[in-house]
Write a protein that binds this ligand. Structure first.
Ligand code: TXA
Ligand code: MG
Length: 321
């Protein structure tokens, strides 16, 4: 096992090329190993979900070098700034409002209007972010539903050759995942306990942390769209658009006409996942602009990423309260 502070420049260069070409690199962080991809590349992010075998699109943490880099993609309230100054680089993920023009893949934040960002305190993760010169989306580098990896061997056992490269940084010094906090202006909610303790956080916040369940309640009208649902209604398993409907196609079921987009003309589910959120947004905008009565979606096969796509479509189609 290699000590974590030795960086092999040739290996780093190769890893950075893989990231920039849309591939996947398992990288050590101080908490656990992450399965990293270019967070601005929809297809690369879709591969993460494919390799992990997640039946749902959970939002991913986007890893950045520092607060300055994060501020390109999310809004920092003064409380969020205080927390990042106190704990970054480190085992704290901040869930903050996405900037409207954020370059981050919509799939990385699973269509939410917030984004989880973290500056890892690990030389190799930092070096990879800087070499690739882009933010890295990275969930823990394990198959869905299994234990998070804290050594390169764990990653090899779990994901094997499904990842393009594994950077071995030795065992992760913290060994548990980051603490996740959602920050709404001055209100701070603990979403997941982790590497930074509640006591340390409360010392900086100056008050008790709020319960995660309260974060699910809208704090102000319109503030919380917990999962993206188009304003226009969504009709599932449609073979063609009804008059006045926009259409989300897949494969041969492509719903001709000016208001149709095809998730993947060649029926590729990874490509479809990469396009899903961007196309839902586009069709929703189109419906509003052209006064359409809703969106119809073609059936998606329940294999591979199809399960996660169907999960998101079903949520987006569910009646809203
Ligand atoms: O220490 C860690 O956090 C590791 C290393 C690799 O950074 N990453 C990690 O990622 O544990 P993952 O995907 O296994 O867990 C990320 C958690 C998920 O439960 C997800 O729901 C939550 O973060 N999350 C990410 N973005 C979010 C958002 N915008 N809103 C709410 N929860 C979010
Ligand atoms: Mg995980």
């Amino acid at each position: 096992m290699k000590p974590m502070n030795i960086i092999d420049e040739a290996e780093l260069h190769a890893a950075s090329d893989i990231i920039c070409d849309g591939g996947l690199v398992a990288m050590p962080t101080e908490t656990v190993y992450g399965l990293a991809a270019d967070a601005t590349n929809d297809k690369a992010v879709a591969k993460i979900f494919e390799v992990k075998g997640r039946p749902q699109f959970n939002p991913l943490i986007v890893h950045v070098a520092d607060q300055e880099m994060a501020a390109r993609y999310v809004e920092f309230s003064s409380m969020a700034e205080k927390l990042s100054q106190a704990f970054w680089p480190g085992a704290l993920t901040l869930v903050l409002p996405r900037k409207a023009a954020s370059a981050i893949s919509l799939l990385a934040s699973a269509g939410l209007d917030t984004l989880g960002v973290r500056a890892p305190n690990h030389q190799i993760a930092q070096a990879l972010i800087k070499a690739a010169d882009r933010p890295l989306a990275a969930p823990s580098a394990n198959p869905s539903g299994t234990i998070s990896p804290t050594t390169a061997d764990h990653v090899r056992e779990g994901l094997g050759d499904k990842v393009d490269m594994i950077l071995d940084g030795g065992p992760c010094p913290v060994g548990v995942e980051s603490t996740i906090m959602k920050v709404n202006d001055d209100d701070v909610f603990l979403l997941r306990p982790g590497g930074v303790s509640r006591t340390d956080l409360e010392r900086v916040v100056g008050a008790a942390l709020l319960d995660a369940r309260d974060a699910a309640k809208p704090q102000a009208p319109g503030m919380l769209a917990s999962h993206y649902a188009p304003r226009a209604g969504l009709r599932l398993n449609a073979s063609a658009p009804a008059p006045g409907e926009a259409f989300l196609g897949f494969g041969d079921i492509c719903g001709d006409g000016p208001h149709a987009l095809n998730l993947s003309a060649r029926g590729d589910l990874t490509e479809a996942a990469a396009n899903l959120f961007a196309y839902l947004h586009a069709l929703d905008r189109m419906s509003a602009t052209h006064g359409l009565k809703g969106i119809a979606a073609a059936p998606i096969p329940m294999e591979g990423l199809g399960e996660a796509i169907n999960d998101r479509l079903a949520r987006a189609a569910a009646p809203r309260s």
